[in-house]
Ligand binder design. Sequence first.
Ligand code: SAH
Length: 508
Amino acid sequence: MNPAFGKCYLVGAGPGDLGLVTLRAKECLEKADVIVYDYLSNPQMLRWARPEVEAIYAGKKAKDHSIPQGGINQLLIEKAKQGKEVVRLKGGDPFVFGRGGEEAQELREAGIEFEIVPGITSVLAGPAYAGIPVTHRDHNAEFTIFTGHEDPTKGETSIDWKSMAQRPGTKVFLMGVERIGAIADALMEQGADRETPVAMIRWATTARQQTLLGTLGDIAKKVKAAHFQAPAITVVGPVAQLREQLQWFETRPLFGKRIVVTRTRKQAGELSRQLEELGADAYELPTIRIEDPLQMEDFGYLVKDTHTYDWLIFTSPNGVDRFFDLFFKIYHDARSLGGVRIAAMGPGTANAIRKYRFAVDLLPVEYVAEGLLEAFKNEGVENLKMLWVKAEETREVLFEGLSEQGAIIDRAIAYRTVPETQDVSGGMARFREEGADLITFTSSSTVEAFLALKLPLPESLQIASIGPITSKTLRQNGLYVDIEAREHTMPGLVRAIREHYQPEVEEA
Ligand code: SAH
């Protein structure tokens, strides 16, 4: 093999759920120079790639081949010959009806080194996510996988339908949604029972998963009635029925709900993950981003003098991070903070403080400025020196209230929130194209920045707000509030959304 050539990795992308990608696949994506991916591999995986990667879509919805197969092989060979590390990303497992075998043969012929990274095939993952065990001791001791690509009514078929129909056990086939009638007929003609349960699972393991349950006798009619379309896996056999007892994926509380997260790119992940855990199809549309304050120098002086204050007040996790980033640039010893006591406006902020191994001395009962004022009133702050670490554009309630209580308060402006105008996550384009079921706002600034983007609002879009201040901003801007969190935290917001969609759920 020519040492100047790069290597080609034929990588299984799994069935769609990002959590079902192997560690090896992720490693390959992280170092690739070129990634050639197809229609069944989740494009979100490209996030793991280096920013300068060359990502090439090789399409392939039946009939509409973006690049013909021969072209794909040529492309892989050409890029590898240029010394590049090439990843050929294929849905499911590369060797299960994915032409991975043919690609490997051509690579070998061209003298290109390759590696095969198996993936979780849709053959197994689809039934599992539909609540169907492909084997079960009460029902079968074998299962057969075949392609539904060939039309049994045309002479060309290479499948022996007679032995297929008479085979015991579960049968799973890929492709062929539009031939389901012909395939079911072929099996029944050769003696399969028309009452045999059949399940079809489309876009398995993704937020778009849909499952259709029927029998060999009626599945074709059901497919038509439901306008059920490819891509789908079909399971034939008594185990398909077990879904009625074992389904779990489609019954999660937020399953299939498209929920937009508008926080900064850095912070969005936390909320999206919590929503995804409940089955939501969460996508990020960052509307704001954090920048240095205009008077960065002033911030520096105040951070440096923190030890001269009695109280240090944080009202956002961003403020906490900005403060400690700078603090530890100035000082190399945590004790330089002195004896200052630390207050946080809410649990998110408090957690951010604890990450730096500082304890929180004061946390209000109500997580808003008014709540914090109340808490300080009980403490007594007369003549005490306070440093409030804040965003440039916050309300003045806290400053005025504490001044009234007799405190001497300085404002350390740690950051500015500016509108995010670039579509960093692709979320803006997605929102424009297909809208969403719900949009979440976690601060007034996200509301204002979102409105400034002037995106069209889908008619049935619902709106969730983290609390009364954000809700007020929404209403002032002519919007409505469908959901408002009772506890003004990310988990509180997630709970409110869950209760909205599943009102019968009683929280302990
Ligand atoms: N190598 C792939 C299969 C490629 S053939 C694998 O191992 O899964 C393409 C067929 O796979 C589709 O027509 C469909 O039948 C099936 N398929 C792949 N991913 C799927 C998914 N997420 N949901 C339903 N079917 C899927």
